[in-house]
Write a protein that binds this ligand. Sequence first.
Ligand SMILES: CC(C)(COP(=O)(O)OP(=O)(O)OC[C@H]1O[C@@H](n2cnc3c(N)ncnc32)[C@H](O)[C@@H]1OP(=O)(O)O)[C@@H](O)C(=O)NCCC(=O)NCCS
Length: 288
Amino acid sequence: MNLRRITHRDTDWHERFFALVETVFRTSGSNFRPWNERGGWHPGYEVFTIELDGDVLATVGRERMRFVIDGKEHDGYQLGAVATHPDRRGQGLSRRLLSRVLDDISGRPVILFGNVRVVDFYPRFGFTRIAQSSFMAPVAVEPARAAPTLDLETPEDRAWLAALCARARSPDTAFSAHDYYPTLLWHLTHKPRPVFRLDEVDAAVVASVEGERLVLHDLIAPRPFDLSRILPRLTPSRVSALEFGFAPENWWPSATASPADEPDSPFFVRNLPPLPARAFRFPDLAQT
Ligand SMILES: CC(C)(COP(=O)(O)OP(=O)(O)OC[C@H]1O[C@@H](n2cnc3c(N)ncnc32)[C@H](O)[C@@H]1OP(=O)(O)O)[C@@H](O)C(=O)NCCC(=O)NCCS
C-alpha cells in the first residue's frame, strides 16, 4: 500500500478520489465532480490517500485556511473527506493517513467538522470538540428593488466572486476565516442559493428566505457598510427575522447569540490559539 498526495495538477487521480468519496458519503461525495469542473480544486487543496494497485482505499482532504482568531490572522488547515473504503475499515488506514497529515501540519491550527458517528474518533488524534452559537435578530423588512444575482455557471461571475473573496475581510473577528472562495464555491455548487451582487457597497451576500426569516448565509465585503439599507433588496417577501450563517458582531451587534444546535456536524479543533470569550460562529460556507 502506498501513501500518495493528490494535488490540483494530478488530474489522473481526481476521478479515483471522487469515486471513493462517493462510495463513502453517497450524495455529498458526488459534489466534488461539478465543483472541480468549475475550477474549484485549487493549489491550496490536497488529498492524502492510501492506494493499492491504483485503487484509492482511504483519504484525507486538506484545505489551506486563513483563520482569524480574536482579530489576528493564523495560517492553518481544515480537514475533510476523511474516509476509508467500507471493506477496509478497522485496519489502521485512517490512523496512518491522519498521523501523516498531522505530522506535516506540525503545530499549526487545524479544524474539521465531523458527524455523529465520529465524535469519539477525532479526540484520539488530539482534537477537542467546541461549541458554536446561532445568531438571530428581529427585523421588519419590506422587499424593494431586487438586487441582481450571480450566475455561477458562467466563468465571468465565478471570477468576479473569487476576486471579491480575495479582497474581503472575514465576516467577524472572534473565530472566522477569509478568502475561502473554493469552499464557498463547493457549497454553492452542492446547494445553489442566490448570491446577490451589490456593487454600490462593493459586496456580495448569499441569502435565502425561509418563511418570514431572511437567512444571510454569508457576507463578502472588503469594507463595512450599513447592512440594514440593503436588506430590502435581498428578499422577495416581507421578513420579520434575520438569521446569520456567521457571527455578525461587526454587522448586526444587537443579534442574539444562543447555543447552536448542530449534533450532525460537531466542530473539532487542534492547536488553536486561545479563543476569545465572546460567542462565535465559524462561517457556514467556509466549512467543508
Ligand atoms: C471514520 C473512519 C474514517 C475510520 O477509518 P478506519 O480506517 O476504519 O480507522 P482506523 O482503523 O485507522 O482506526 C483508527 C483508530 O480509531 C478507532 N476508530 C475507528 N472508527 C472509529 C469511530 N467511528 N469512533 C471511534 N473510534 C474509531 C479505531 O479503533 C482505531 O483506534 P486505535 O488506533 O487506538 O486502535 C471510517 O470509519 C469511515 O470512513 N467512516 C465513514 C466516513 C466518515 O464518517 N468520516 C468522517 C467524516 S468527518
